[in-house]
Write a protein that binds this ligand. Structure first.
Ligand SMILES: Nc1nc2c(c(=O)[nH]1)N[C@H]1C(S)=C(S)[C@@H](COP(=O)(O)O)O[C@H]1N2
Ligand SMILES: [Mo]
Length: 169
C-alpha cells in the first residue's frame, strides 16, 4: 500500500475507534440527581472549569498515584445537596449512591463528604499523573483516599444519586 493510502486507513481507524469508545462509555457525561435541588449533567470540560484538587490512591501494586479532579463536596454543593449547616437531623440519613458503567455501585454517607465532619477530601477525578484517565477508568473516577482498600474508588462513574435511608421505626 502507498503512503497516502496507509495514512487514510490510519485516520479512518482512529475515527471508528473514537466513535466506538464514546458509545461504549455512554456519552461521557455524569448526572447528579435524586434528593438534590438542581439536577446536574456534567462533562469533563465542566469539571475542568471548577476548582481542581488532588487525591492520592495506591494502585494494585501498592504504588501511589496522584489523581486530580473536583471535590465531591463541591459538586454536591452546586447541586444544592444539604451540606454544611444543613447537614443535621434527618439529613444525616442521606447517602450518596455512586453508579458505574459496569453496574458497580458504592455508597457514601453525606457526613463522609462534608468538611464540617472530616478533613478527608473525596474527589471525582478526570486525570491521573496529569493526563486524562485511561479509557477503562474514565472519564470520571471516584477517588476515596485513606482507606485500606481502594474498592470504593469506582471507575467509569455515570451517576451520583442522593437518597434518604428509610427505615420504619
Ligand atoms: N466500575 C468499577 N470500579 C471499581 C471496581 C469495579 O469492579 N468496577 N473495582 C474496585 C476495586 S475492588 C478496586 S481494588 C479498585 C482497583 O483500582 P486500581 O486499578 O486503581 O488498583 O477499583 C475499584 N473500582
Ligand atoms: Mo478490590
Amino acid at each position: 500500500m502507498k503512503l497516502p493510502g496507509l495514512i487514510f486507513v490510519c485516520i479512518f481507524h482512529l475515527l471508528v475507534c473514537s466513535a466506538y469508545t464514546q458509545s461504549s462509555s455512554g456519552k461521557g457525561l455524569l448526572t447528579v440527581h435524586g434528593d438534590v435541588k438542581v439536577p446536574l449533567t456534567l462533562s469533563v470540560s465542566d469539571l475542568d472549569k471548577m476548582k481542581r484538587v488532588k487525591a492520592v490512591l495506591a494502585d494494585h501494586d501498592g504504588k501511589e498515584q496522584t489523581y486530580s479532579g473536583v471535590s465531591l463536596e463541591e459538586i454536591l454543593d452546586s447541586a444544592g445537596v444539604t451540606l454544611g449547616k444543613n447537614l443535621k437531623g434527618r439529613n444525616l440519613a442521606k447517602y450518596v449512591l455512586v453508579k458505574c458503567a459496569d453496574g458497580y455501585q458504592v455508597v457514601l454517607a453525606l457526613a463522609e463528604i462534608d468538611r464540617g465532619f472530616t478533613d478527608r477530601v473525596i474527589i471525582l477525578a478526570t486525570e491521573v499523573s496529569g493526563k486524562p484517565l485511561p479509557e477503562n477508568m474514565g472519564p470520571f473516577r471516584l477517588i476515596v483516599p485513606g482507606e485500606r482498600r481502594s474498592a470504593r474508588s469506582g471507575y467509569q462513574v455515570t451517576d451520583i444519586v442522593i437518597r434518604t435511608a428509610t427505615e420504619q421505626r
